[in-house]
Ligand binder design. Sequence first.
Ligand code: ZN
Length: 133
Amino acid sequence: MTIKVDHIGIAVKSIDEAKIFWEDALGVKLTGEEVIPEQKVKVGFFPMGESEVELLESTDPDGPVAKFIEKKGEGIQHIAFRVENIEETLENLKAKGVKLIDEKPRYGAGGAKIAFIHPKATFGTLVEICQRD
Ligand code: ZN
């Protein structure tokens, strides 16, 4: 199984404000934005080679990204690894007793299938696995 870093999810209060750093200082381009109502979040993508930075802005004060910023401030919220077969990966993780947030894949930005592993199982980092077809 090959696995690579798909994206790094960074929680910000405002994509419009944060993108100035990424675009002006680093010269990378925001290539798309998408609102994901089920996760109460708007995401903005900055592709960089095989990976991308995903800025996350809450669309609701009760959303998970708003809660994250309230507790920890803006910054890296999760890291996502791309796998070839997310169902198989989830079965493997379950068989190994790894604590999952999502037992089944759900819809992620850009049409990916995603699932989160519980930070308790990963020594503190929210890890997402995703599959893009
Ligand atoms: Zn993500």
